[in-house]
Ligand binder design. Structure first.
Ligand code: BES
Ligand code: ZN
Length: 635
């Protein structure tokens, strides 16, 4: 490839064989006019190790370390400063470093005190703009001076009014999958691992925390230094700034949040230390020193994000009864599956999320017992079924082809629950102790590496497939990984605790008993979810009124129960719940909770009007991702 072509501003840069050129399999970089690009792209085969979501060129020049120096400006809503990138040349003639960016303003690029020529390509809607830097022959570091845009896709800026304390602004980043490039120019591919250091400059009253070593006792002076000595992929770089306070939960675990929810959070998540110890016991030592939680404002678009040493957590799981803490087990488990052994491309996301979901179930079983595990496994299986019933066959495949697609738009339960069920089958076939030993060795074998689905299959061929050739077959494994749906005979989770719930639901639906006579005094949250999620699609207004009167569902303070109930209310146009629905949509930005509601509302003209009103009111407080994935329902 030639840099001259890249510089040709009139042409659109299309990397035919994927954004990461010069892979082992294919190296050609072709520049074509926009019109021809689609046809040509369609002719080129998918390459499994190719990261189709990054323009960067780590096979030629690989970045190994970042040093960030950023000032946080809440008035302009920008991060500005510079990042120094240390790199290695992977080929002797490599002379160009290509970085990913999105909506960044690049002011200059410097190496060894000299300004360098650089080119920022035209932006692609999904992937941003490639920044090409011509490297002087002996340099091994460049520094990029830049600032972010207020609309950076990976940053949310909150006004004081949008925080719990109402006094100070708040900022947090969310880099997975391809948003790190909206706040740092870097090689935004999970194949590339970097260590990093950072200096973050903030208003004096605020505290900055990062996915790095954090010192809870650091003086609040507006200058915060961080270091992440283990090499991590870019999607795990994270920053938050706010009026944050810290409370220890255990020896290695603690929680950061605004002061108003600190005690509630520490109480809700007090079992984090036990979860950590239980996971280490089975799956190997924790490699990241401390494990802390950061509780974000309710606009956080995910349940949680496994930023190393400091998981970012939605406040919507603080239910008061630990009913939703499997989220913590999940983010903690990523310390092994995801952060230590990492998916090499977004096609391989199931290696992160499927393994983590499997580990989550195991942790919940170890800490809370088999009954809790059984219930969660059944609910997870039902979530999976909902997706299997609606997703196109190609989107039901674990090793999904994401070429040309925005990973944000492809989010589903498939990599999570289908991935976990696959591992559950392996466990059942070889026995739990043997499977645990396998996992322990797998985490060791690939520690601090990024691997593809194909790497995993080769590893299976050298391990379980050899040792248990009488019980496992490659064909079955390929069916799990490459075929839609579920293989026949897949494990079927069961829970005795749900038997009485099924009976109660049936008795009520058939008119045998009134809702007020359902013996639900001892039901836990999971039983309520199972009760609600398995009601028939159509219910009368009288039935909904009866349920609501008996159980106060509209006013449930459990956000998952409220979600399930509100979805039923939308689908059956139960208007008494609508004020609550409106408040729910405006106060929560977690996509898993709001997206299905917007989608259901958009199915009818009256519903759409409601959705439009709620969205208009909520939009300013939503994260850019929540805006992006729900906008289509209100158009
Ligand atoms: N890493 C994910 C979140 C994610 C995945 C962000 C893909 C962007 C792209 C995180 O660990 C996660 O899975 N969160 C779930 C937790 C749930 C399954 C317990 C969530 O946010 O709902
Ligand atoms: Zn996850």
């Amino acid at each position: 490839m030639t840099i001259k072509k890249l510089m040709a501003g009139l042409l659109t840069l299309i990397v035919i064989s994927g954004c990461n050129e010069s892979s082992t399999k294919t190296t050609e970089l072709i520049v074509v006019a926009d019109k021809e690009s689609k046809q040509l792209e369609a002719q080129v085969a998918h390459h499994n190790a190719q990261d189709y979501h990054s323009f960067s060129n780590p096979d030629a020049v690989k970045v190994t370390h970042l040093n960030l120096d950023l000032s946080v400006d809440f008035t302009q809503q920008t991060l500005s400063g510079h990042v120094s990138l240390d790199f290695q040349r992977m080929t002797p003639d490599a002379d160009t470093l290509i970085l990913d960016t999105r909506d960044l303003v690049i002011s200059k690029v410097v190496a060894d005190g000299n300004d360098l020529a650089f080119n920022l390509a035209n932006a692609d809607n999904f992937f941003g703009a490639a920044l090409s830097i011509k490297l002087p022959s002996h340099s091994s570091q460049v520094t990029v001076y830049y600032n972010t845009s207020p609309k950076a896709s990976g940053v949310q800026w909150l006004t004081p009014a949008q925080t719990a304390g109402k006094k100070y602004p708040f900022l947090f980043t969310q880099a997975q999958a391809i948003h790190a490039r909206s706040f740092i120019p870097l090689q935004d591919s999970p194949q590339v691992r970097v260590t990093y250091e950072a200096t973050i400059r903030t208003p004096k009253a605020l505290l900055a925390v990062m996915s790095a070593a954090n010192d809870p006792d650091t003086p609040r002076d507006g200058v915060y230094e961080f270091s992440m000595p283990q090499a991590i992929p870019s999607y795990l770089i994270a920053l938050a700034v706010g009026d944050l306070h810290f409370k220890a939960m255990g020896e290695r675990t603690g929680v950061y949040s605004e002061i108003g929810i600190l005690d509630a959070a520490a109480a809700e998540f007090e079992d984090t230390e036990s979860m950590l110890i239980a996971t280490e016991k089975n799956f190997g030592a924790y490699s990241w020193d401390r494990y802390d939680l950061l509780i974000l404002p309710p606009s956080f678009p995910f349940g949680g994000m496994e930023n190393p040493r400091l998981s970012f957590i939605t406040p919507t799981v603080i239910a008061g009864d630990k009913s939703l803490v499997s989220l913590i087990a999940h983010e903690l488990a990523h310390s092994w599956s995801g952060n230590t052994v990492t998916n090499a491309t977004w096609r391989d996301l199931w290696l992160n999320e499927g393994f983590t979901t499997y580990l989550t179930y195991r942790i919940m079983e170890m800490v809370y017992g088999e009954e809790r595990f059984d219930m969660e496994a059944v609910l997870g299986r039902q979530d999976l079924q909902a997706d299997l019933d609606t997703l196109k066959p190609n989107d039901q495949i674990l090793a999904i082809n994401l070429k040309g697609r925005d990973p944000d738009e492809v989010f589903s339960n498939i990599p999570y629950e289908k991935g976990a069920l696959f591992l559950r089958e392996l466990e059942h076939k070889v026995g739990r102790a043997n499977f645990d030993q396998f996992l322990l060795e797998y985490f060791k074998a690939f520690a601090f590496q990024s691997i593809t689905t194909d790497d995993f299959i080769s590893y299976l061929e050298q391990t379980l497939l050899q040792d248990y050739s009488d019980k496992l077959s490659k064909q079955r494994i390929e069916e799990w990984i490459f075929e839609p749906g579920l293989p026949k005979g897949a494990p079927v989770p069961k829970s005795d605790a749900f038997t009485s719930v099924d009976k109660a639901r049936n008795d009520w639906l058939s008119g045998t008993i009134a809702a007020s006579n359902i013996d639900s005094d001892n039901w836990v949250v999971h039983q309520w979810l199972y009760f609600l999620n398995n009601l028939p699609a159509e219910l009368s207004s009288a039935q909904l009124t009866e349920l609501d009167k008996a159980f106060g569902l509209t006013n449930s303070t459990n956000n998952e129960i409220a979600h399930s109930w509100l979805l039923i209310c939308v689908n059956n146009w139960y208007q008494p719940a609508f004020p609550r629905l409106n408040e729910y949509l405006v106060s929560i930005g977690r996509n898993k909770l709001v997206k299905p509601l917007y989608k259901a509302l958009s199915a009818t003209p009256e519903g759409k009007v409601m959705a439009q009103k709620a969205f208009a009111k909520a939009k300013d407080g939503y994260h850019p991702l929540t805006v992006k994935v729900n906008e289509k329902f209100v158009k």
